[in-house]
Design a protein around this ligand. Sequence first.
Ligand SMILES: NC(=O)c1ccc[n+]([C@@H]2O[C@H](COP(=O)([O-])OP(=O)(O)OC[C@H]3O[C@@H](n4cnc5c(N)ncnc54)[C@H](OP(=O)(O)O)[C@@H]3O)[C@@H](O)[C@H]2O)c1
Length: 279
Amino acid sequence: MELQDTTVLLTGATGGIGVALVATLVARGAHVLAVARDAARLSALARAHPAGAVTPFAADLTEAVDRAALLARVRTLVPSPSVLLLAHARPAFGLFPTQDDAELAALVETNLIAPMQLIRGLLPVLQSHPQAAVVAIGSTFGSLAFPGFSAYSACKFGLRGLIEGLGREYADTPVRFQYLAPRATNTAFNSPAVNALNHALGTRVDAPAAVAETLVRAIEHGTRRRQLGWPEALFARLNGVMPALVDRSLARQLPLIRHHAGGFASAAFQEHRHDPLAL
Ligand SMILES: NC(=O)c1ccc[n+]([C@@H]2O[C@H](COP(=O)([O-])OP(=O)(O)OC[C@H]3O[C@@H](n4cnc5c(N)ncnc54)[C@H](OP(=O)(O)O)[C@@H]3O)[C@@H](O)[C@H]2O)c1
C-alpha cells in the first residue's frame, strides 16, 4: 500500500512506539489522525511536525462517548482514514493473584474490547476506499504466553485471533487485516521491574524508531502476520507446534520471573493459598 497522501488513524500516538510511528508515517507523506488520552502531549506531538501533517484527537478509547466523537471527527476528514493502526495498550506485569477485578477489566477493555469496537465502527469508512488496512500492534506474548504477563498475554492472543478471523471474514473485500508483533521495545510501557527482568533474562530490547520503520514497511508490503526479532520469531512458532518445550524452558526461568514480578509473598497470594475455595 502506498502511504503518500493517505490518512492513518493511529491510536497510542503519544507512546514510545506511537511517536516513532508518527514520524515514520509523516516522512512517507501520510496524514496522521493521532489519538491518545493526554491532550497536551498530543498537541506537542502535532507541533513537532509540519503544519497539517498530524491532527491530534484526545480520546479515552474505553469510553463510548469518546469513541463516538472520534468516529464523528473521522467523517469530517478528507481523505478519510484508509488505515486504522492500533498501537495503544495498557501494560500489566505482575503475578496473577495480585491483579484485582478493576485492573483485569481495564486491561481487557483497553487492549481487546476497544480495538474490536473501533474496528467495527471504522469498517464502513475503510470499505469506501479501494485499498484499506486494519493493523493491530501485537506482542511476542500474543503467540507465547509468558509468566507474570498472563492476563496481558490473554489480551494479545485475543487480538491476534480477532485480526486473523476478520482477515478471513473480509478476504474478498479491499480491507486487509494485519497483526504485527514487536518484541521488547525501549519505551515507558515497560516498568523498571520489566526492564530489570529483561536485563536478567538477557532479552534483547529494540529501539522504537527501528521498530516503527519495520512496522511501516510491513504495512506498505501488506504483510498479514509478522513477529519482529530473532529468536522471538522462532520461539513464537515453536510455542505453536511444541508448547511443552516452551513450558519446560520457562519453568527454569520461573524463580527469576517471580522475583521480578513481586514474588509469592503478597498478602493476596497467601490468602488464596490457604483457602482452596477462594476465587
Ligand atoms: N514497549 C514494548 O516493549 C512492547 C513490546 C511488544 C508490544 N508492544 C505493544 O506496542 C504498542 C505500543 O506500545 P508502547 O511501548 O508505545 O506503549 P506506551 O509508550 O506505554 O504508549 C501507550 C499509548 O497508548 C495510549 N493509551 C493507553 N491507554 C489508552 C486509552 N484508554 N485510550 C486511548 N489511548 C490510550 C497512551 O496515551 P495516553 O496515556 O495519553 O492515553 C500512549 O499513547 C502496544 O500495543 C504494546 O502492547 C510494546
